[in-house]
Design a protein around this ligand. Structure first.
Ligand SMILES: Nc1ncnc2c1ncn2[C@@H]1O[C@H](COP(=O)(O)OP(=O)(O)OP(=O)(O)O)[C@@H](O)[C@H]1O
Ligand SMILES: [Mg+2]
Length: 255
């Protein structure tokens, strides 16, 4: 099971949208996908229609239940076209994780827990909150790769340096396997000059931290919002939309 974290401490850069779209796209390609929502906001949980009253990611991190037990199978009715997808939902109580998940080995809780599901899924997609606290640290400690979604703005570029330092620290101390898969430019508006310049700067910033800016850019498109509002993934909602086209291209580039 390949574990992919989606992380960026700046808020609203398209982490949850990207987590949903990549997982859905791989599921449509026949892969067995496990989504893990580590964000107290529970946005991924919501768009996937998972039940937060059952065992959540917090129960998994605190060792109350195994990841295998917490994984809710998503049936055909909920996510048409998907094969063997499941989700471990987020919970508002994850907001207290920095205070409640303590002690030695606190970084390894997710990595350890996911060992119970390695045979059951091909890919695990972990969505994280807009922060570099213990939840994101757990995601990065468990992950093989991290994808970093960025907007074409200076705050995203500023955030990139901080997350690169975090990744380097985790690589050195907890997870030598961890690799930045790439920086993903999201909500891209090709006609704005500023976006163009910032995209170049993002590319330079990516190279400085030893990774790349993906060739694929995710355009700003209402189709992604509409799909989320309808409780569908972008490929089921409209396979010919700009959102489906861009996320398909991203999946082809990465996998
Ligand atoms: N390519 C896109 N085009 C249009 N809207 C988008 C696109 N990507 C994301 N959005 C919208 O932008 C908002 C933020 O996206 P999303 O929730 O995926 O970001 P996030 O990084 O997960 O945010 P947070 O940091 O709060 O977890 C959402 O309303 C989402 O529907
Ligand atoms: Mg999110």
């Amino acid at each position: 099971m390949r574990i992919i974290a989606i992380a960026q401490q700046k808020g609203g850069t398209g982490k949850s949208t990207t987590a949903q779209a990549i997982g859905a796209g791989l599921s449509h390609r026949g892969q067995r996908v496990l989504f893990v929502d580590l964000d107290p906001q529970g946005n991924l949980t919501y768009v996937l229609g998972a039940d937060q009253s059952k065992a959540t990611a917090l129960d998994v991190l605190t060792g109350k239940v195994t990841a295998y037990k917490a994984a809710q199978a998503m049936n055909a009715g909920e996510l048409p076209g998907m094969t063997a997808a499941a989700v471990i939902p987020g919970s508002p109580y994850l907001a207290g994780a920095d205070a409640t998940i303590t002690g030695t080995g606190r970084e390894y809780r997710l990595a350890e827990a996911l060992k119970t599901v390695t045979g059951a899924f091909d890919v695990c997609i972990v969505d994280t909150p807009p922060a570099l606290g213990i939840l994101t640290v757990n995601a990065l400690t468990a992950a093989d790769d991290v994808i970093i979604p960025c907007l074409a703005d200076v705050f995203s570029i500023q955030a990139l340096g901080q997350i690169a330092d975090t990744v380097a620290g985790i690589k050195a101390n907890c997870n030598p396997r961890l690799k930045i898969s790439g920086i993903l430019l999201t909500r891209y508006t090709p006609r704005q000059n500023l976006t163009k310049d910032t995209a170049d700067i993002l590319g330079d910033a990516a190279r400085k931290i030893g990774t790349r800016l993906f060739n694929t850019r995710i355009r700003e498109t209402v189709s992604l919002r509409e799909a989320q509002a309808m409780g569908k993934d972008i490929f089921s909602y409209n396979p010919r939309s700009a959102g489906a086209e861009d996320y398909n291209a991203l999946i082809e580039e990465i996998f």
